[in-house]
Design a binder for this molecule. Structure first.
Ligand code: SAH
Ligand code: SF4
Length: 339
């Protein structure tokens, strides 16, 4: 946890809560009682925690808060997608997106304010990196919706693997039976491919991994994702293979954003299929969500289907992902968090 909102209790895992409580003379049993109130019973104040002794509640009130950041604007897209701008204690804002579908509803979560990775096609990337979100601020984005959420994707603002400690606490809370009790199969962490310890540590949570590949060769990838100069495609594919084995997930998803004239030729599709030949994978083809002043043109849906057909012909599982909420700039890569 960062020190900036250390009084907010919503980001503590059960073991962190026990450690915290010990510092102010409270017991493990107190922690065990308080914990589900916050995460399964939506308690927003200590006074409703009826099985927690009164004097303990009083101590809690003096030392902690239960805070969900205020929503400053809520936008609803034509397709039902909702985007909320939440204002944090330090006036910075983050965006969280709720995507309802027929059989599920997904929350798209941000992990940082801004992003230092600087991918050329991403609106967040045009904003400087400001700071990491705390685990409370990450969890708050799910608690905020107060609707039944079936899936979580870490595809909002920021690079989750560059905020691993707080990501890990948030994942622990999401997976914990006595808290949110999500299945590991319903949580996806998306990374631009930061191949450091974090990606291997993530494997122990067993959540799904998505890698933003977006190109079929290093030359093109470096052009649109400068991070490729540090961790190239070969490094990425090897790490993905290792992740898949260690996490016991059945595949790694590769996201591929189709940019007209840059990475969307038939030859690119064939090149991509060769890269993925030896690894249990799935390809998500994404069409470009444009933003004010963006330097790219996206390939058309028809073209995306042509690209998909080539991959499918080579035996690569592929889908063309529908963009959601783009009319309110709520789609992937469009979040910026400015008012
Ligand atoms: N930082 C992480 C997760 C957040 S972005 C990552 O990069 O993977 C989630 C996905 O949206 C990534 O695949 C990202 O490359 C993609 N994306 C970024 N900008 C986009 C845009 N303008 N249109 C469509 N997808 C975009
Ligand atoms: Fe950061 Fe992901 Fe955007 Fe790249 S695509 S700038 S890693 S948020």
């Amino acid at each position: 946890m960062s020190e900036i909102d250390f009084t907010n209790i919503i980001g503590f895992t059960l073991s962190q809560l026990k450690t915290e409580f010990a510092k102010i003379g409270l017991t493990n049993l107190d922690a065990k009682r308080v914990f589900p109130w916050i995460h399964t019973k939506s308690a927003r104040s200590f006074d409703i925690m009826s099985d927690v002794p009164l004097k303990v509640r009083k101590i809690l009130e003096e030392n902690y808060s239960i805070k969900i950041p205020n929503c400053v604007t809520l936008q609803k897209s034509r397709d039902g997608t909702k985007k909320a701008l939440l204002k944090l204690w330090d006036e910075n804002c983050i965006e969280t997106v709720f995507i309802p579908e027929e059989k599920r509803s997904t929350v798209c979560v941000s992990s940082q304010i801004g992003c230092a990775v600087g991918c050329k096609f991403c609106y967040t990337g045009t904003q400087n990196f400001v700071r990491n979100l705390t685990s409370s601020e990450i969890i708050a984005q799910i608690l905020f919706w107060n609707e039944s959420v079936t899936n979580i994707v870490f595809m909002g603002m920021g690079e989750p693997l560059l905020n691993f400690e707080n990501l890990a606490s948030a994942l622990e809370l999401l997976l914990e039976e006595r808290a949110h009790n999500f299945s590991r199969h319903k949580i996806t962490v998306s990374t631009s491919g930061i191949i450091e310890n974090a990606i291997f540590d993530l494997a122990k949570f067993g959540v799904k991994l998505a890698i933003s590949l977006h190109a079929s060769n290093d030359e093109t990838r470096s052009r649109i994702m400068p991070i490729n100069n540090k961790y190239n495609i070969k490094t990425l594919i090897n790490a993905a293979e290792e992740y898949q084995r260690n996490s016991n997930t059945d595949h790694v998803t590769f996201e591929y954003l189709l940019l007209k004239g840059i990475n969307d030729s038939d030859a690119n599709a064939i090149e991509l299929s060769r890269l993925l030949r030896s690894i249990p994978s799935k390809v998500n083809l994404i069409t470009f969500n444009s933003w004010p002043g963006s330097p790219f043109i996206g390939s058309s849906y028809d073209h995306a289907h042509r690209f998909a057909k080539i991959l499918l012909g080579k035996g690569i599982r592929t889908i063309v992902r529908k963009s959601r909420g783009d009319d309110v700039l709520a789609a992937c890569g469009q979040l910026k968090g400015k008012k």
